[in-house]
Design a protein around this ligand. Structure first.
Ligand SMILES: Nc1ncnc2c1ncn2[C@@H]1O[C@H](COP(=O)(O)OP(=O)(O)OP(=O)(O)O)[C@@H](O)[C@H]1O
Length: 470
């Protein structure tokens, strides 16, 4: 067995644990590692240009992270095309007419059987930008979100025939993104020919800026105008951006005019977004505006119970009640608290009790919040606590301790601030937002497996809180 075989086998093992079976088979099953005499790089061969593009644009961060974890951060990674190359579209057939790829649309193709590649609903969901965890089944109904949930269900059941647009607003971490994804999943399962796309306003902006830069605005417009259900998150981000508002205005008009569904989320109602053009504000009010409020005690408890069940951890009812009673305004923080308690218990072997929760969450239980600084100042402070330069955290080096520190910093940003994944990605040197999603999920998992990670994360959060001017 060559060195490349061994490296790829180890990397593949990590990848398989992070991807769904179907994504793994459709994207990586036909990979062949190549010979590399000087041990400078990991080169894999795939059978089509599309497979190469898919791996490079979507999975490269996962692969380089896995290489770093295995101690191969000094090797470059590349994908070449070889073997019996298939037509460009191979493996992407199921996507056509249902979900729009993030890259240029795929050409018309012959039947799926020709490819011999597993039909891949998860890869298709991936293309629509949907997180498999955010469905109606996993969304807990409560008094605070029942109207938004009912409206979302109605829109999902009858796209473009009930409320259009549906505008959902509410503060950070209350489930807006979750509801948008849930609509996407529902439509995807029940209206097979509908093109669904979830996009954050920031991603829309990046695509818009790229299109201007590469003179490919026509392609961008065509892609958006093929969508049947557009789920656009965090539109407050349009604030103060005239060109972007103009482009979104045209996208909105052509979709709405063609009787396509638009679902919008924002942290405020349209009237509270200053510098939003009047004509756009007016359109946001055409359909239904509904809000999500912070959950009451009963809903918080139900969310925690559900989460513990899904993660298969047994937490005493009294401890769940304690956590739910202490964290009232942000569901992401509520989930973060449960993760910290269960991670600590799993690391230390201690039983999960209310005392343990009290001990581990004492920083969360104060009223101090980590947010009195600008994002750059906060990053500088985290960098100092972690003993790295800000430039190193933003940079591209994949040296092992630095990679972990960067991922911890991203995790802390996600847990402790309102920044979206794309905003965090931009702050950390303009990376792809999937790198941040991966980092957050990885640190979340590793907190329950590695003492050092758990300690670093809690240390950063505690020091930030202690240093917070109140
Ligand atoms: N009713 C609910 N039932 C179950 N989980 C929920 C519910 N509401 C929110 N969550 C969970 O809370 C977390 C935060 O929710 P989400 O990201 O959708 O919030 P958001 O309102 O979009 O916040 P932001 O504007 O900061 O992105 C997610 O993990 C989501 O699954």
């Amino acid at each position: 067995m060559s060195d490349q075989d061994e490296v790829w086998t180890a990397v593949a093992q990590i990848l398989r644990s992070q991807l769904t079976e179907s994504v793994w088979y459709s994207t990586f099953a036909e990979v062949v590692p190549q010979l590399d005499d000087d041990h400078q790089q990991l080169v894999i061969q795939v059978p089509s240009t599309l497979a190469r593009e898919r791996i490079l644009t979507r999975y490269q961060p996962l692969i380089t992270d896995a290489m770093a974890d295995l101690g191969f951060s000094d090797r470059r990674f590349d994908v070449i095309i070889g073997g019996a190359e298939r037509p460009e579209h191979t493996g992407e057939v199921p996507v056509i007419n249902t979900l729009i790829p993030t890259a240029e649309p795929v050409a018309e193709t012959e039947s799926p059987q020709v490819s011999g590649v597993t039909t891949d609903p998860n890869a298709a969901l991936d293309d629509a930008g949907l997180n498999p965890r955010y469905t109606f089944e996993t969304f807990v109904k409560g008094a605070s979100n029942q109207f938004a949930l009912a409206a979302a269900l109605r829109v999902a059941e009858t796209p473009a025939r009930s409320y259009n647009p549906l505008f959902i607003y509410g503060s950070a971490g209350l489930g807006k993104t979750h509801l948008l994804h849930a609509i996407g999943h529902y439509v995807h399962s029940n209206y097979q020919h509908h093109v669904v796309r979830y996009v954050s306003t920031e991603t829309f902006m990046n695509e818009y800026v790229d299109a201007i830069r590469s003179n490919s605005m026509a392609g961008l417009r065509r892609r958006y105008r093929e969508i049947d259900v557009l789920l656009i998150d965090d539109v407050q981000f349009l604030e103060g951006k005239e060109g972007l508002q103009e482009e979104f205005f045209h996208t909105f008009n052509s979709l709405h005019g063609a009787n396509k569904q638009i679902v919008i989320s924002s942290d405020r109602m349209p009237d509270a977004i200053p510098t939003l053009e009047e004509r756009l504000r007016g359109r946001f009010k055409w359909g239904l505006i509904t809000d999500i409020q912070p959950p009451d005690m009963e809903t918080r408890l139900a969310i925690l119970r559900n989460k513990a069940e899904r993660e298969k951890v047994r937490v005493p009812a009294e401890t769940l009640e304690f956590i739910a009673s202490k964290i009232a305004t942000n569901i992401r923080e509520l989930e973060g608290a449960l993760i910290r308690v269960t991670a600590y218990a799993s690391l230390s072997g201690a039983p999960i009790t209310t005392e343990l929760a009290q001990q581990q969450l004492h920083d969360l239980l104060t009223d101090i919040e980590v947010k009195p600084r600008t994002d750059e100042e906060l990053l500088a402070e985290i960098a100092r606590i972690l003993n790295f330069d800000v430039e190193a955290l933003k940079g591209k080096s994949r040296q092992r301790p630095l990679v972990t520190a960067r991922q911890i910093a991203m995790y802390v940003f996600r847990e402790q601030t309102d920044l979206s994944y794309p905003s965090i990605a931009r702050l950390f040197g303009g990376r792809d937002h999937t790198t941040v999603i991966h980092a957050v999920e990885k640190i979340q998992r590793q907190m329950g497996e590695r003492q050092a990670i758990y300690e670093q994360v809690t240390d950063v959060i505690q020091k930030l809180k202690m240093a917070s001017p109140s």
